[in-house]
Design a protein around this ligand. Structure first.
Ligand SMILES: Cc1cc2nc3c(=O)[nH]c(=O)nc-3n(C[C@H](O)[C@H](O)[C@H](O)COP(=O)(O)OP(=O)(O)OC[C@H]3O[C@@H](n4cnc5c(N)ncnc54)[C@H](O)[C@@H]3O)c2cc1C
Length: 545
């Protein structure tokens, strides 16, 4: 049976790569929007012509049956999915490809692989869906390592058991979003964790990176959905007890959640699952003015209403996603529940919006009694754009457009000045680096913003940059923009990441953000479970590479 192969560069599968004619049509539409004029769409370098370093080590005989050494496996595990990764992949540059890719079938395989890595001084990089946007899976390792392998959990992706009484499920770390939701749906349950990378990312990757789902409030971070975790470290198994809560010292789960592969390979977890929602209500609300919009969102976030969606898009972001005409900020407001109607909640939230001068055309309601009414207009355009975005990005990269995001969070009392400083730093950096005029609506370059998650005490801001790049220099150009905005958002009191993790790319800012004593404590924990220092070296802590 032929297996469906992932693209060796960019997002998705080989059979989803648009044809040259489709690429051209997509590119012309984007070019018209950005006013780029005539464009040249670069074709990806075929795998046969890609540059891969010679492997430094080969699989030991006992593990050979679960190891892949071919060019496709090595290239497709060499990079994550950030903009700089997609550019390098398109051009066939896989400088740090793993020496081979191991695909363990069971924990015993993971143990054997880690034993071999420790004995040989070879770095072990846990790999879930490879959707890291921070260099988390790139085998860029210190010179002391004699090689580097990717440990791909794809063969360990089953839902092992469902406890319907406690509403929890034990799931293997390699389960992708669609795979685990498919199995849970047979029980009428859902994990209800939907990051934008849902299609390809995995439970293990979500836990390792403290991923954020697309719901705006309450249990949307994987942190809150984890009941217990199991990992294989070079020193043995780390398994916590299943408990709904515990005050017994620092949490062993929390230590693994966000560990980014530096402590061990997560192999399974018990996660909290829920009944599938049946009641929904949603509306797209318009307002003239981002700051006034943010004030209204704060009031909703502090009202105790807990919307499932409360995404504020600035006017340009709304236009970019087909959710607005470019004149108004748009709030995507939604509520859902498996248990009770949510009409009262959305009506209350809309009355808060009305008190701030917001307007909306209609409220879409779906409940057990009024069937499956599909969202239309701005709501469905936005959802469609959200799902399509990773695919579209490959086209933008092929057009030479710099297309990347950065995300952060800040408390409400600093929100306005933080937003203003970060946005103006981003626009200034984009203009200086690319030479393109950069505004919200005018010019060939755009920086837009949306609030992705809201809390009673603050919000997460997510910025998108679109700008014409100089062919061959795009990565340096993006790195310069990223450096400038990261310096500002850190100086203004924000975090270098709200949900994208640290990896290798965020190290310079994370190292300034986290307390030094915390880093020393984490180093101590790593030394206890990984004395040979083989687990994902260079990510999160230790000497940067
Ligand atoms: C288009 C796009 C949209 C995205 N949207 C979101 C979003 O909405 N929310 C969000 O939070 N993130 C998002 N991301 C970032 C990324 O998808 C997340 O970081 C995700 O959690 C990574 O999961 P993964 O399975 O792909 O992990 P990988 O990319 O394979 O790995 C990420 C890190 O986790 C470690 N790791 C992976 N599996 C294991 C394991 N079993 N044991 C130990 N360590 C492991 C790796 O070593 C690496 O350090 C997005 C990325 C892209 C490209």
């Amino acid at each position: 049976m032929s297996e469906r192969r992932r693209k060796h560069w960019g997002w998705g599968y080989e059979d989803e790569q648009p044809s040259p004619a489709q690429l051209r049509a997509q590119a012309e539409a984007i070019s018209g929007y950005l006013g780029l004029g005539s464009i040249d769409v670069e074709q990806p370098v075929p795998l046969e012509r890609a540059s891969l370093p010679a492997p430094r080590v080969t699989p030991p005989r006992a593990l050979a049956p679960i190891c892949l050494t071919d060019a496709h496996a090595r290239a497709s595990h060499a990079l994550g999915k950030s903009y700089r990764d997609v550019v390098r992949g398109l051009r066939g540059h896989f400088e740090h490809a793993p020496d081979f890719v191991a695909t363990p079938r069971e924990e015993r395989d993971v143990e054997s692989l880690l034993e071999w890595c420790c004995a040989e001084g070879v770095a072990a990089i846990p790999y879930g869906g490879g959707t890291s946007v921070v260099g988390g899976v790139e085998p860029r390792v210190p010179a002391r390592c004699n090689g580097a392998i990717s440990i791909d959990l794809r063969e360990m992706g089953a839902v092992l058991q469902v406890d319907e009484v406690s509403r929890a499920a034990e799931i293997q770390a390699g389960a992708s979003g669609p795979a685990l939701e498919r199995e849970l749906s047979e029980h009428g349950l859902t994990l209800r964790h939907f990051p934008q990378s849902f299609e390809l990312s995995t439970l293990g990757g979500w836990i390792a990176t403290r991923a954020g789902g697309h719901f705006a409030t309450l249990a949307t971070h994987i942190d809150d959905l984890v009941e217990s975790v199991r990992a294989i470290t070079p020193s043995g198994a780390w398994q916590s007890r299943r408990l709904p809560g515990s005050g017994a010292g620092p949490s062993p789960d929390r230590m693994l959640i966000g560990s980014e592969g530096i402590l061990g390979v997560l192999t399974s977890a018990w996660v909290r699952v829920q009944r599938r929602p049946t009641h929904r209500a949603q509306a797209a609300v318009r307002l003239d003015g981002w700051t006034r919009g943010a004030e209204c969102v704060r009031e909703i976030a502090q009202s105790g209403l807990h919307p499932s969606n409360c995404r504020l898009l600035d006017a340009a972001e709304a236009a970019l996603n087909g959710a607005g005409d470019g004149r108004n900020a748009t709030l995507m407001l939604g509520f859902e529940s498996f248990e009770h109607p949510v009409d009262a909640a959305i009506d209350r939230a809309l009355s808060i919006c009305a008190s701030h001068g917001w307007q909306w055309d209609s409220v879409q309601r779906r409940g057990a009694e009024n069937g499956d009414e599909r969202a239309g207009g701005a709501l469905s355009s936005w959802r469609e754009a959200f799902i399509r975005a990773p695919y579209l990005r490959d086209t933008l990269v092929a057009m030479g457009v710099i297309t990347e995001t950065f995300e952060t969070a800040i408390t409400w009392e600093r929100f306005s000045s933080f937003y203003a400083e970060t946005m103006s730093a981003a626009r200034r950096a984009v203009s200086e680096v690319t030479g393109a005029e950069c505004g919200s609506q005018r010019g060939q370059a755009r920086v837009t913003c949306r609030l992705t998650h809201v809390y009673p005490d603050g919000a997460a801001l997510y910025f998108t940059v679109l700008a014409p790049g100089r062919r061959g220099e795009e990565i340096e150009q993006w790195d310069e923009i990223k450096r400038a905005v990261s310096d500002v958002l850190l100086a203004e009191g924000g975090t270098i990441t709200h949900h994208h993790a640290v990896g290798r790319d965020h190290r310079p800012w994370y190292d300034r953000q986290r307390p030094d004593l915390f880093a020393a404590a984490l180093e101590g924990a790593k030394a206890a479970v990984d004395p040979a220092g083989v687990m994902n070296p260079g990510a999160l802590i230790g000497a940067p590479v």
